[in-house]
Design a protein around this ligand. Sequence first.
Ligand code: IMP
Ligand code: MG
Length: 178
Amino acid sequence: MKEAITIKDKQFDLFIEHEVIEHEIMRVAQQINTELAERNPIFLVVLNGAFMFAAELMKEVSIPCEITFVRLASYQGTTSTNKVKEVLGLNEDIEERLVVIVEDIVDSGTTMTTLLQELTVFKPAEVKIATLLFKPAALKKKIQLDYVALEIPNDFIVGYGLDYNGYGRNLKDIYKVK
Ligand code: IMP
Ligand code: MG
């Protein structure tokens, strides 16, 4: 793997190698296997960022479960500059189900708070959150994160599904901006 990379105008240094990432994902998967074995969860993978995390995680989850993929579309509200986020692609019935959101990163927590709010109309029994990365220092909302693979400082990162202006998602290691 490369020690440093350039994406567009920014330079990034190697930050977390894939062996470490995968070790922590394995730990989260085992926790899920232990805690949710009797719960028949439906995993809701948030695209695009969580695709790599989800693939690695779900290979290690061995309990009965369903997996589906959603996308959050942002658009401008009609009356103001308020950003509205809508959940797209949820075709499964999640009423009375245990839902586990699979996210790439929780930064300010705004996206996760919105998603939790949007899901309430579908009346799930419970919603848990699994995230690959968490920046505790950036958090501005009160949310309970049930499964966290890695806690990181408040720096911009790319790789393992996360992008900088669309690039870098395919990197198997995580890089931090210089
Ligand atoms: P939040 O709403 O502030 O928690 O941010 C959530 C979204 O911002 C994530 O789902 C990512 O798409 C993006 N994001 C936050 N931090 C980073 C980062 O360090 N690198 C790449 N994307 C990030
Ligand atoms: Mg995201």
